[in-house]
Design a protein around this ligand. Structure first.
Ligand code: RIB
Length: 355
């Protein structure tokens, strides 16, 4: 049986995205990883079956991709990793954005279908309003969802364990002695916003409606929500944010109001985008495994191109808690409950989850 990119990754002891980077000639691969991948490719006789794919069916060798926006650093990272994965398999990428608008998203899906791309990768901007266009496109061309889903198991989906990610953040803040924790997140219309909001309610004991504010995954919303929370008579002592952009906005407002982060207010983000370590204090956050997310989604799509009627799969990848200065100072004294807090930038890997 033809070895897959995952067989090579397992044999080499690296991730699938590393295999993809080695084989696509991308930079920034450690020499020992490149050597291990080369040895595994040789040992397993791995060959990308792009020739068989092109011979068997009319192939444009182009893949369409639709993401909600590219002015949020999370999505350019997803696009970059996807392009590298596809380049190795001989495909070009045709990128579109939906601007978080289901009507624009539907138009882009129709355009990609008419241009006869070989398949589509999509992060649907809305769990229900995106469904008709996703259903229509999936009837005509291979389609895989990544990062966000329309919530139906009829379509391949690769996402992350938001429930565990948010729980890790709440547990971390509690270990610091924080007891009045608020949540500022994206709207529930999209998969990520809904998953993280539900995860926060499940992780927190006493739910106080005034401590949970939802609107958009934006820095502007973070500033506005923080103004509302931090000027209340009894402000919270910690704020969990639905993504890093919101956290940037919260810290901007907290600082303007004369609060010290983390001394007066602990703040956490989600994604671990490039700016998370460029600000002071650097962000405690949850790192999304973007490399594996895109490699697994790309692999599912190529498998569906080869076998259009295969059963849909749902893969939920583990997340990592990254502790930095926005929740604790380096070498902080043990908090009230006596649990020692690791120094900043400590990775804590949640257990893998596959459904
Ligand atoms: O930052 C934008 C958020 O929406 C990310 O957390 C990502 O999961 C996307 O769905």
């Amino acid at each position: 049986m033809q070895a897959s990119i995952y067989d090579v990754a397992k044999a080499a002891g690296v991730s699938a995205s590393t295999v993809s980077r080695v084989l696509s000639g991308a930079r920034a691969v450690r020499p020992e990883s490149a050597a291990a991948v080369a040895a595994a490719v040789e040992e397993l006789g791995y060959r990308p079956n792009q020739l068989g794919r092109a011979l068997r069916k009319q192939s444009t060798q182009a893949i369409g991709m639709i993401v909600p926006r590219v002015d949020n650093p999370f999505f350019p990272s997803v696009v970059q990793h996807t392009e590298e994965s596809l380049r190795h398999q001989g495909y070009a990428l045709l990128l579109c954005t939906s601007n978080d608008d289901p009507d624009i998203e539907a138009q882009r899906l129709d355009m990609l279908t008419e241009r006869q791309v070989d398949g589509v990768l999509i992060s649907p901007c809305h769990q229900t309003l995106s469904l008709p266009a996703v259903r229509r496109a999936a009837e005509r061309i291979p389609l895989v969802q990544l990062d966000r889903s329309v919530g139906e198991d009829a379509y391949d989906f690769v996402g992350v364990d938001d429930t565990d990610g948010i729980r890790q953040l709440v547990d971390h803040l509690r270990s610091l002695g924080k007891r009045d924790i608020a949540y500022v997140g994206g709207d529930r219309g999209n998969w990520s916003g809904a998953q993280r909001h539900s995860a926060f309610l499940a992780a927190i004991d006493a739910h106080r409606p005034e401590r949970v504010l939802l609107a958009s995954f934006s820095e502007t919303w973070g500033r506005e929500a923080a103004e509302q929370l931090l000027t209340a008579p009894t402000p919270p002592d910690a704020i969990v944010c639905g993504n890093d952009l919101i956290a940037h906005g919260v810290i901007t407002t907290a600082t303007r109001l004369g609060l010290r982060v983390p001394h007066d207010l602990a703040v956490s983000g989600y994604d671990d985008i490039s700016t998370a370590t460029l600000v002071q204090p650097s962000l405690t956050t949850v790192r999304q495994p973007v490399g594996d997310l895109t490699a697994q989604a790309t692999d599912l799509l190529l498998a569906r191109i080869d076998e259009p009627r295969r059963k849909a799969r749902k893969l939920i990848l583990p997340t990592r808690l990254i502790v930095r200065g926005s929740t604790t100072q380096a070498g902080a004294a043990a908090p009230a409950d006596g649990v020692r807090v690791p120094a900043p930038s400590t990775d804590v890997l949640s257990s893998p989850v596959q459904v």
